[in-house]
Design a protein. Structure first.
Length: 170
């Protein structure tokens, strides 16, 4: 299986969400929050498509890549799951480096918060990503779906109703 940045992102959010997504159960199409994120992505920086290119490499799609300055721009709505966002950008850098593009950095942008964070990839990060990829392969190839995590982020997830159907809310 080809690991994408979405797999990396979900790995940090919820192993169940990762497993469901990787096994073809997709709920994002019916999520208002996902739609809001796409709208934010399209409207926050309207000049981006003219200035930066979309890049697809090894099954990974980077929406805004500044090839001249070697900077990946990743837009997110909220920093609530910042660790997942950071590793997603690091994975983009990792994929580019693996394909001979060096000196790349990333900018994680939260326009609604007016925050920007520079992302770099270290040798230690590369080793960790390789471990994450092995773990992701193990998780998604398991016959059993991981358990519900019962986290406060669950209610904001596009898989919420799928995971909690028939559950008694307390």
């Amino acid at each position: 299986m080809r690991i994408t940045a979405t797999h990396i992102n979900y790995y940090f959010i919820c192993k169940r969400k990762l497993w469901l997504f990787a096994n073809g159960i997709n709920m994002e199409h019916s999520s208002d929050l996902v739609y809001e994120g796409k709208l934010l992505h399209e409207t926050s920086y309207p000049q981006r498509p003219e200035r930066y290119e979309e890049l697809e490499i090894d099954g990974v799609k980077i929406d805004f890549y500044d090839a001249r300055n070697r900077v990946i721009h990743e837009i997110k709505k909220s920093d609530k799951i910042e660790i997942a966002h950071q590793w997603q950008v690091k994975y983009y850098i990792y994929i580019l480096q693996r394909n001979g593009v060096t000196g790349v950095s990333g900018l994680l942008e939260y326009p609604m918060l007016r925050q920007t964070e520079k992302i770099e990839l270290t040798e230690q990060d590369v080793n960790l990503i390789e471990e994450f990829v092995k773990d992701i392969d193990k998780i998604v190839s398991d016959d059993r779906c991981p358990s519900i995590i019962n986290s406060k982020i669950c209610k904001q997830c596009s898989y919420y109703e799928f995971c909690y159907v028939g559950e008694n809310e307390s």
